[in-house]
Design a protein around this ligand. Sequence first.
Ligand code: ADP
Ligand code: MG
Length: 682
Amino acid sequence: GEVSATAFSGRDWQEHLFNELGRFAPREAVLDTAAWEDVELREFLRLRLDCRCELGREEDFAPDRAMETARKQFRTGLEDLPGEAEAAVRACGGLLIYLYETQKTDLSHLTAFRYYTGGEFMELDLTARRNLELTETMRGKEKKGSLLWVLDKTKTPMGGRMLRSWLERPLLSVTDIDRRSSAVAALVDDTIRREELIAGMTGLGDMERLIGRIVYGTAGGRDLTSLRAAMEKLPNLKEQLSGFSDRRLTELTAELDTLDDISGDIAAAICDEPPFSVREGSIIRDGFNEEVDRLRHILKSGKGVMAEMEAKEKEKTGIRTLKIGYNKVFGYYIEVSNAFKEQVPETYIRKQTLVNGERFITQELKDLEHEILTASERVVALEYELFSALRQQIADNAGRIQKTAAAVAECDALCSFASVAVHNNFCRPEVDESGVIEIREGRHPVVEKVLKDSLFVPNDTFMGEKEERVAIITGPNMAGKSTYMRQVALIVLMAQMGSFVPAKYAHIGVVDRIFTRIGASDDLSAGQSTFMVEMTEVSDILHQATKNSLLILDEIGRGTSTFDGMAIARAVLEYCADKKTLGAKTLFATHYHELTEMENTLPGTVNYNIAVKRRGEDIIFLRKIIPGGADRSYGIEVAKLAGLPEKVVQRAKVILKELEDENGVQYVAARKETDQVSLDAM
Ligand code: ADP
Ligand code: MG
């Protein structure tokens, strides 16, 4: 039942729109004519997001009509809207009309219109979302192996959705971040209450989905009993929550309505195990409604009811031989033998004369017969009526239930953060607007979980406002460059989600956006070459990043020839580092060792490499990031590790030697004494 709307304008409107669409990944989009004619938009929706597009009617999007539709639909959220929200209201109005026509059901649970603007959340583009594997892995598109997989220990479906939305929308305001992370901290500190809360939410059903079905009128008896079961867990949750003094948790305690009245009503009316269908009876609990009970009694003991009547008639008339029988011709009848003819009451209607007696019917008998024959139909109809009335009554309380469901969802997501923090040894980051990123013993939250044979080696990070803004990271393939850079990005993201982070200590100056350019993209399906994709992504980054952004640039220029690639890499690096152009915090991994020279000429840059140790002809990866450029690339050693035939390895060495001699240089630049010392010391 959530309705959110936003509008974009200005130079980068399209980019913002695409990012927002990417975040929601809609199944279906309803477009007005102008949007429909925007080929780029439709291609993006169709090809990138696999989303269906519908063309809405132009008049449905007309400002007056849209406003009127929205006014009729929403009770809150339309007051005090800024001028630019008009477009959002129009879109919403057109969409509502489309929904009225296609859904053909009640939409009265959509009561609140929420207009939001950028600035509240960190915008993440599709590339960053994918590269950082926030909710699914790049290759397998699976949750396992993603950040969500590590962080999501929620117990309820609504908690799961809430946590996912936090993951996709990290915060920007330090106050908002602190509010969330102090709630997490309070939960971390009180193990007993946290575990109680978690136990209390385990198995708690999807109240949001259930209330949706109830409002739509598609909920059955089982949905109501599920809702009741969920609601019955609420008092305990409220009790546990009320034990915390943290501000957000206190607010949640207040927002959580235990809904006893509603669960009580369901318990009274609906039996414990109602059938799947609502039109077959057996839904209403015995004792809830007299008429239902009476009809059920008739149904269960049709014969018994007739026997009761027979006994009653015998007594009333004093006719000892009076019998109630049944035949196909006129149904139930009362038979009186000739000896008692005189005692037959006037109300008896003669139907048939036999040799030794007569058969009668009475109005009462016919009524009862009718009841027996129709009881089944009527009890089903009545039960449905009672059920529908209850369902409607619950639907009228949808707002209360939704609000409580949201409180449960948030509590669940917060507990998940807390629980993950405790079990994975995360720390609470200090978050501010210092513009500094300082991490001690940081780890990659996912890689540390999936490493089987080895321990994850923690690494420190420092990126300042002025000093060490740009880190040029070198080191052989497989050394751990990409892992390290993603780790920094993920720690910053997690901090801005309000989560604890995998580190001993972290001080995170809020970044406005995180951009990534990592590895070969899988966008080949869209028909672009790898290099073209790479350059498009780099170009997007350089256009959109600000000095408050964090850039992760991994092996820029790899997709083209060495000299082209190096030239582009160098120019990009200069552009990022220079305060006059961008001056953003940048982690720049490169296999062009020549670029390490830039440390001396480009202010704010600093060289790092990931240490390896030589042992004879082999190398050992130490996974430690240390200051200075790598001394050489160790390509041949890595190839050997990968199992290249010994003959090929030896031959490669000879060729390398020849090349180096020919050029009069060692084929890698920037060997420094200091590196050598630090390497040997390890
Ligand atoms: P590069 O980008 O330098 O080629 P990667 O970052 O892809 O290297 O890392 C290669 C492998 O090394 C990873 O798949 C991971 O298993 C391992 N690795 C990376 N960093 C670490 C670390 N800090 N501790 C332990 N293993 C690591
Ligand atoms: Mg790499």
